[in-house]
Design a protein around this ligand. Structure first.
Ligand SMILES: [Zn+2]
Length: 248
């Protein structure tokens, strides 16, 4: 039953992913999310509905603008696909429960923040702060407990201390992203932070191996790794924490 529901959620998930592309492209530039309609970022040519179908149009156009033939980054269909899978995953995991809406909203916010961090190198306050406030209010209303607020402030406090200690590695955007993670995950935010830092070490070690001291100059966005940790903790946090405690 839940699997069928999850499959049904794929279509709206794709549409929401398409909207996350708009959010990631426009919010950092302080442009409106509704007008003008979708247009090619290079030639400004307005995109017809048939060229604006999530994933499908990108494949049909072989990743190029119909008007100017400039390449459309694969990030666009990737954001749509990942959003759809996450929304479907939330329906599958939480079923018909108010938490499904909060979890899906949380995942979409993480997708938007990651795409923005990759494209513009920033985590905009105007996405992450309202998202954190909405998630904190919703989680506290659904499961009355102080753990959501505690998780939010503990996680961001931890990254804030890390940012003070090593200002080159961590930005204030990451500190605010931790607020969002803690508000959604409560005590399982520790799993998200641990996995995020672990995941970020893979490309960091690769860069150091290739560039030596030159790797210090490369700015690696940390947001997408934190987001990845957050998604894994959302779906498997309790199981992972349990496995950890039975190991030690
Ligand atoms: Zn174009």
């Amino acid at each position: 039953m839940d699997l069928a529901l999850a499959a049904v959620a794929l279509a709206p998930g794709l549409a929401l992913g398409s909207f996350m592309n708009v959010v990631a492209a426009r919010v950092p530039l302080r442009r409106s999310l509704v007008s003008p309609g979708s247009a090619c970022m290079t030639c400004g040519h307005e995109i017809a509905w048939r060229d604006n179908i999530p994933v499908v149009s990108w494949l049909m156009l072989r990743g190029r603008c119909r008007n100017c033939q400039v390449a459309i980054p694969w990030r666009y269909p990737a954001v749509e696909l990942v959003s759809a899978l996450l929304v479907a995953g939330c329906v599958w995991k939480f079923g018909l429960h108010p938490e499904t809406l909060v979890a899906a909203f949380f995942c979409l916010a993480l997708v938007a923040v990651s795409a923005t961090d990759v494209e513009h190198g920033i985590i905009p306050n105007r996405i992450v702060l309202p998202a954190a406030a909405v998630v904190l209010a919703a989680q506290t209303a659904i499961h009355v407990s102080p753990q959501w607020a505690i998780g939010a402030f503990a996680a961001s406090g931890f990254l804030f201390a890390a940012a003070l200690a090593a200002p080159r590695g961590m930005g204030m955007g990451d500190v605010k992203l931790a607020l969002l993670l803690g508000a959604m995950l409560g005590k399982y935010v520790s799993v998200a932070m641990f996995l995020g830092i672990l995941a970020a070490m893979v490309p960091a070690l690769f860069l150091i191996a290739r560039l030596g001291m030159g790797a210090r100059k490369v700015k690696l966005p940390f947001g997408p790794f934190l987001a990845l940790g957050g998604v894994i903790a959302l779906f498997a946090g309790p199981a992972l924490l349990h496995a950890y405690w039975s190991l030690v």
